[in-house]
Ligand binder design. Structure first.
Ligand SMILES: [Zn+2]
Length: 187
């Protein structure tokens, strides 16, 4: 029924992925971001260490390769990941990208946190994340901003992180010679 659509066999060597994460902050929890422990009276509530930055980067990596999401690969119900360092999620996500034939071009990210100021910790976060991902620190950017006193971040009730990742196929180092005629399918 309906229209005939021609599918173009387009394959790019580049793919992009986006991830975000939010954790509620509670007293008596360690604040860990990008694998770095930051002295503060509150920290994220979560099954693992609640590292919102690592989780956002992980989801962006999985998203770039259309490999599902963090909940699927690291389920809350699994004792294996209980209180696990989220850097291990990144190591595993990197392995999944390797298996799928992709390398990371670069990562950009932003943390939303009202307090404390994160600037002093950012170089160490980049070092830790780059180490877990097996990339250079120049390939990873971490930025931080407050919530301007509004929403859950601004009220100090939550930490949020957004990340975007560009990956490149190892097997498609050249663009296709020509765009071939695609298959016809009906939708
Ligand atoms: Zn998370």
């Amino acid at each position: 029924m309906g229209k005939t659509v021609q599918t173009t066999p387009f394959r790019s060597r580049y793919r992009i992925g986006f991830g975000n994460d939010l954790h509620r902050l509670a007293e008596g929890r360690k604040l860990i971001l990008g694998g770095v422990t930051i002295p503060f009276e509150k920290g994220p509530v979560g099954h693992s260490d609640g590292d919102a930055l690592a989780h956002a980067v992980c989801d962006a990596m999985l998203g770039a390769a259309a490999l599902g999401d963090i909940g699927q690969h690291f389920p809350n119900s699994s004792p294996q990941w209980h209180n696990a360092s989220s850097l291990l999620f990144l190591v595993h996500a990197r392995e999944l990208l390797d298996q799928a034939g992709y390398g990371i071009v670069n990562v950009d990210s932003t943390i939303g946190l009202e307090r404390p100021k994160l600037a002093p910790y950012i170089p160490r976060m980049r070092e830790k994340l780059a180490g877990a991902l097996g990339i250079q620190q120049t390939q990873i950017s971490v930025k931080a901003k407050t919530g301007e006193g509004v929403d859950a971040v601004g009220e100090g009730a939550a930490v949020r992180a957004d990340a975007i990742v560009l990956i490149e196929s190892w097997t498609l180092n050249k663009p296709p010679r020509s765009l071939r005629r695609g298959q016809i399918r009906s939708v």
